[in-house]
Design a protein around this ligand. Structure first.
Ligand SMILES: *Cc1c(COP(=O)(O)O)cnc(C)c1O
Ligand code: SF4
Length: 371
């Protein structure tokens, strides 16, 4: 999208506004009226999207929307950002909370699933609502940010449990919060002596790269060792702007990893995945995990068979730099935790699904999507 097109869509468009993350958030596309200025929508499509919006929110940053190729109905950016009627088709095997995060939550907002680390949900907001979001039961449903009271209860739990050496700040997307609020939280986590590392999980570099400001990084780097994992799914997302955001993060001494989700019709193709992994290492982002898509409600159309992922990774591994290849994992439905898809963990595999033994020796089952 060029400057003229942008100026036609956003009345107060200027390069300065465009590069201001608060302007980007304020101007997010949230209804079909605005959306039809970006992409050509047929009447039926508009109706389908409106039906979806009654159940799941839409929000697309102008930056991310501008990456959509309107001439391509299969555009991978479009599929991740624009609702589809398929979201309303729910298979009986799909669940609201496939990872059983509620069950592993000792205090509200905190998930303690693995022995040495916890996940702290700071907000349910994101700058862009991914259509494939696994936490969609929460994300984009209510405008939640952690209260001081809840935060204190979570911190108290971490203080008491001295086995916790790794705190993962997640959401939603923690980087939609203002710097001062974020710093207030990180500072308190950092004060806990047994917390060795702090991590942030964020899609901001991909969908709102202008949020990665010098001020933010100067704040974050006071709290090292701090790691960030982001979420690129397609090589088209690696733009000048997102590369620059990643460069700044890495230059601040923050190791930057990437967690992709294997998504049918978006990146379930060997050449696309290979290009993604190679581009990521060239911008100094380490591919960390490739997730099998969860059995969350309304995202079934994005799921692939597990054998497909295995075949693709097999043909990539060895042919490119070792550290460009992420670990392929299934977050085992029923709360089994992240389980590598390989012979040590697969107990049985049929056309219908995969039986896995998790890190605790317990058995879980991932159903393949039905053709
Ligand atoms: C993914 C996740 C973590 C972090 O797991 P790693 O394998 O160490 O990246 C921690 N807690 C929960 C609940 C998670 O889902
Ligand atoms: S950024 Fe993450 S939490 Fe937010 S909508 Fe996307 S997948 Fe869900």
């Amino acid at each position: 999208m060029d400057e003229n097109e942008k100026a036609q869509i956003w009345k107060d468009y200027s390069l300065e506004h465009w590069n201001d993350w608060k302007w980007q958030i304020k101007n997010r596309i949230t209804d079909t009226e605005q959306l039809s200025k970006i992409v050509h929508l047929k009447k039926e499509e508009k109706e389908d999207i409106e039906k979806c919006l009654q159940k799941f929110k839409m929000a697309i940053t102008p930056y991310y929307a501008a990456l959509i190729d309107d001439s391509n109905p299969d555009c991978p950016i479009r599929k991740q950002a624009i609702p589809s009627a398929k979201e309303l088709i729910i298979d009986p095997c799909e669940r609201e909370d496939p990872l059983c995060e509620e069950k592993y939550s000792p205090v509200p907002g905190l998930v303690h699933r693995y022995p040495d680390r916890v996940l702290l949900v700071l907000t349910h907001k994101c700058s862009m609502y991914c259509r494939h979001c696994t936490r969609r039961r929460l994300v984009g449903c209510e405008d939640y940010s952690i209260s001081d009271k809840r935060l204190e209860a979570a911190l108290e739990y971490i203080r008491k449990n001295t086995v916790i050496r790794d705190v993962l700040l997640s959401g939603g997307d923690p980087l939609v919060m203002p710097d001062a609020r974020l710093e207030g939280i990180i500072k308190k986590v950092r004060e806990i002596p047994h917390v060795e590392i702090i991590r942030i999980g964020t899609r901001t570099p991909v969908v709102l790269p202008m949020r990665i400001t010098d001020e933010l990084l100067n704040m974050l780097k006071k709290y090292h060792p701090l790691w960030i994992n982001t979420h690129f799914n397609h090589p088209k997302e690696i733009t000048k702007e997102s590369s620059e955001a990643c460069r700044k993060i890495v230059d601040a001494g923050i190791p930057l990893g990437n967690q992709s989700v294997l998504l049918r019709g978006v990146n379930d193709d060997t050449e696309i995945l290979k290009a993604l992994f190679l581009k990521l290492v060239s911008i100094r982002v380490r591919p960390y995990y490739l997730y099998q898509c969860d059995v969350s409600q309304g995202i079934g159309h994005f799921r692939t068979k597990v054998s497909k992922g295995m075949e693709m990774l097999k043909s990539i591994r060895g042919n490119i730099t070792g550290f460009a290849v992420p670990e392929y994992v299934i977050d085992a439905p029923g709360g089994g935790g992240k389980t590598p898809v390989n012979r040590d963990y697969i107990v049985d595999m049929t056309e219908e699904g995969v039986t896995l033994r998790n890190f605790e020796g317990k058995i879980f089952y991932y159903p393949n999507p039905k053709e």
